[in-house]
Design a protein around this ligand. Structure first.
Ligand SMILES: [Zn+2]
Length: 465
């Protein structure tokens, strides 16, 4: 009797539905294809080594557009096309130098101008004043800050497990620090790099100027560079530095989002987007940020073709331009969607590095979140376990309209900021398997949402928890 009960309960609770068996097998096919014959890692090598870093408006960015278009055409996607946009052009310039004297020694730490910064227009000299945040500026006031170089030295919080939260907790120093300091008469800013690593590599990133506030130059210094400067200031509170920067902004130039798609066989007019951003900062190779997301997104469509998965909805891979310093690609794309009255049911972005995937964050209705969470069991064999409400991505953000579901691929975040916006963001620092696992997870999620949709019926799928 007890035996029968066990059998009965097994039948009732443990035996997966036919749909689930089918889906498990499909996910396995997807994972096997990527892990055995994946092409995303090689594609990333070509993008990193043959194109290189690709800041919006640069010649390399245009090379990257051609690379993406050519590759997707070679894969034979149903339609490959470019979407014209105007992008800002900021150029680093040849002169980028910071010098100071510490106990009679001349120190020249590595720096990087922040993206969008004005140049110094000759050599700029000034005393340095160290602060932790904008409150410090308020406390010190114009009396202490006028004519000085403000040094923001608040580190990322190492106790936060999500390094993105730690980043979010101090990135204001970078993007708004110059204008906040200029309000009190500062002549330039130096910002501690946004990384948890102790090294001598500076990390750049975007910054903006507030209207009506004087534009002052802004640079990033490495974490060890920040420590050294802070120690030197303790020895000599009147320490003065000289700064020489020749970066500048030029006129906007023409560029493109690169788009490839596979037509849906049931709902061709309903679109599911998968994408990342093609532009990168002008140091390193933009390997994790966001070459990884770009090649993973292309790999999703390649997998659908290779495995003869005919999607119900149209799957559109978008390589967005200009995420780093303007998000013009994402904004223009969303504007055109509205103009054309296109219906989008999903946009999934990979822009958090090519590391081991841990799950997905969902920015949508509670029904959409529930749908995604229903799939969790199918991802368990692949060590994905985070299926939470959360952020989608910068490029897909402007698509938000209360109906579309936005999803972000969530890789392990521990090492992302080691490389983010730095010369170390190179192909060699991306692990092949981790990159491939991210591509397989993304393709699997697209496959499941395409199959079941958000409305048609999870109830019918009855996934076992
Ligand atoms: Zn990015």
């Amino acid at each position: 009797m007890k035996f029968l009960l066990i059998i009965f309960s097994l039948l009732l609770f443990q035996v997966p539905s036919i749909a689930q068996v089918e889906d498990s097998m499909q996910l396995r096919r997807i994972y096997h294809e990527v892990l055995e014959r994946g092409e995303c890692y090689e594609n990333l090598r070509v993008l990193c080594k043959e194109v290189g870093n690709r800041l919006s408006g640069s010649d390399n960015a245009e090379k990257a557009v051609l690379w993406g278009e050519t590759l997707m055409k070679r894969y034979g996607f149903d339609r490959v096309y470019l979407q014209e946009i105007m992008v800002p052009k900021w150029v680093r310039g040849a002169r980028e130098k910071l010098l100071y004297k510490d106990s009679l020694k001349t120190i020249e730490p590595a720096i990087l101008a922040l993206g969008g910064s004005v140049g110094t227009n000759g050599i700029l000299n000034g005393e340095v004043i160290e602060v932790r945040n904008f409150k410090d500026l308020e406390r010190l006031g114009e009396k202490e800050i006028q004519g000085k170089i403000v040094f923001y030295n608040r580190p990322m919080n190492p106790t936060l497990i999500s390094t993105f939260h730690a980043y979010g907790g101090c990135v204001d120093q970078r993007h708004a620090g110059a204008s906040e300091a200029a309000k009190y008469g500062a002549v330039a800013t130096i910002t501690r790099s946004m990384t948890l690593r102790n090294d001598r590599i500076p990390h750049t990133g975007s910054m903006g100027y507030k209207e009506g506030v004087k534009k002052i130059p802004a640079v990033a210094i490495s974490t060890i560079g920040a420590y050294d400067l802070s120690e030197a200031l303790k020895r000599n509170p009147n320490l003065s530095i000289s700064l020489d920067l020749s970066c500048k902004s030029e006129e906007d130039v023409k560029s493109y989002n690169v788009i490839g798609e596979i037509k849906g066989k049931v709902y061709p007019e309903k679109i599911m987007v998968v994408g990342g951003h093609l532009d990168s900062w002008d140091v390193g190779e933009g390997a994790h940020d966001d070459g990884a997301g770009v090649v993973q997104s292309i790999e999703v469509l390649r997998l659908f073709k290779k495995l003869s998965i005919q999607p119900k909805h149209t799957i559109r891979c978008i390589l967005f331009m200009n995420e780093e310093n303007g998000n013009r690609g994402g904004k223009s794309y969303a504007r055109l969607v509205k103009q054309k009255g296109e219906e989008h049911i999903l946009a999934l972005e990979s822009d958090r590095g090519g590391f081991s995937p841990r799950g997905f964050s969902v920015d949508g209705t509670s029904a959409q979140l529930e749908t995604v969470q229903h799939f969790e069991a199918l991802f368990r064999p692949y060590n994905l376990h985070l299926f939470n409400k959360g952020y989608g991505g910068v490029d897909i953000g402007p698509l938000k309209n209360g109906k579309i579901c936005l999803i972000g691929l969530v890789p392990d975040s521990q090492r992302y900021f080691d490389f983010h916006h730095a010369s170390s963001d190179i192909w060699e620092n991306v692990n092949e398997r981790e990159l491939e696992l991210g591509a397989a997870a993304t393709a699997s999620m697209i496959y499941l949402i395409d199959k079941y949709g958000f409305e048609q019926g999870l109830k019918r799928a009855t996934f076992k928890k």
